[in-house]
Design a protein around this ligand. Sequence first.
Ligand SMILES: NC(=O)c1ccc[n+]([C@@H]2O[C@H](COP(=O)([O-])OP(=O)(O)OC[C@H]3O[C@@H](n4cnc5c(N)ncnc54)[C@H](O)[C@@H]3O)[C@@H](O)[C@H]2O)c1
Length: 436
Amino acid sequence: MNELNRRDFMKTGAVATIGIGVLSKSAFANSEAAKTVKVGVIGVGGRGTGHVTNLLTIEGVEVAAVCDLFIEKAENAAAICDKAGRKKPKIYCKDLTTYKEMLEKEKLDAVIIATYWESHADIGLAAMENGTYPGIEVPAALTVENTWKLIETSQRTGIPCMMLENWSFRQDNLAALNMKRLGMFGEIVHCHCAHSHDCIDHWFFDSKTGEQKWPAKYLLNYNRDQYPTHAVGPIISWMDINRGDRFTEIYSTASASKGINSYFKRKFGNDHPNANLKYKQGDIVTSVLKTKMGKTLVINYDMQLPRPYSNRWLLEGTKGVYDEEKASIYLIDQSPEYHIWEPWKPYEQKYNHKWWQGDYSNQSHGGTDYVMLCQFIDAVREKGPTPIDVYDSAVMTAIVELSGISIEKNAPVPFPDFTKGKWETNKPYFAMDKSI
Ligand SMILES: NC(=O)c1ccc[n+]([C@@H]2O[C@H](COP(=O)([O-])OP(=O)(O)OC[C@H]3O[C@@H](n4cnc5c(N)ncnc54)[C@H](O)[C@@H]3O)[C@@H](O)[C@H]2O)c1
């Protein structure tokens, strides 16, 4: 696709109307676009360093530059490339806006943005203005206003913008999507999902000292679904959001905040400075979203209570139900016993998505991050649309601010139509694959 066509493609919103196959690994060798993709990574803490490691395993990728606020982190990322026998990336490390210098000086094809939440949108906008594809960690923005800016800038510049929502690429979720597209669940009526992940003891606070890390301020100052995208990522394709349907409203409610104080008292004692602080963030946030076509979705934020990890995905239609937490499925047309669950795994294998042909299980998150980055890089190489587009990124992202507004008002709030009406004619797009 040439530059002009690509810009028209984005401006008309046609990107959302076509099911585009993404360049396969075998196509790489023959493609005229088989050039090295130059990537910069901004923010090389825990997640960004993982991205660097994964990028080094993808054919035809050069990590050309890394940027961080801390020199030891930037040097560590550069050393990982060096040790892997690759060219050492250029290091950028001065202040919060040094990424601008990196974007201007390096001729990067793409940047991975794995910084603190508050900077995601600004860096993504700067990347697009610079002609560089942004792959933005979750969430892509913290406000609906910045979410719109990402859309408008992507449309105006013709540069696709993707939020790196990795759970959309999970093997089980993609198999469920294949089955949904084959009509095996009938008409989809309801879904449920959660991010149930106790992150108090390592991500929000230092596990040894209990000191606040950068995300802790959000727990002190906001009460909302702070982290909806992993839960809702696979759901938006299961529910045809932005493609035949759209969210119309969100109604969120929050429980009391008990878990963080309880954790500090249990682990560090009553006198720890964080043990008696008042956290605005309730332990469990429950959001109910309605769609134009009459579907409902329940999302739980659940990151502050002691519990094993779970996403509790549930997909329910007129012909059956998939329950991820039970690892079970029931299909009226296929299940051998009436109203009795069947094991999910054989279905996952039978309806395996084409993106999961290899064994990537030794990579981070069981290979899901690798699968996602391969698809992102292929899109960059082709100068084509990204597997998750800016509109889907926007829907997932907007839940953060909207859930907070709804909790505050104790009322449903309208959900913006980021496609401006194109949802009615847009065809399914994410992970479309003619071979299923
Ligand atoms: N998709 C996933 O599975 C997943 C998992 C973990 C984290 N994340 C996301 O990744 C992001 C980073 O999280 P983390 O756990 O790696 O945090 P982290 O604190 O370990 O790393 C963030 C890094 O960004 C750097 N940084 C911040 N602002 C910067 C700026 N303006 N310019 C350059 N560098 C900057 C910091 O110095 C730090 O090293 C977050 O958005 C988080 O939500 C996603």
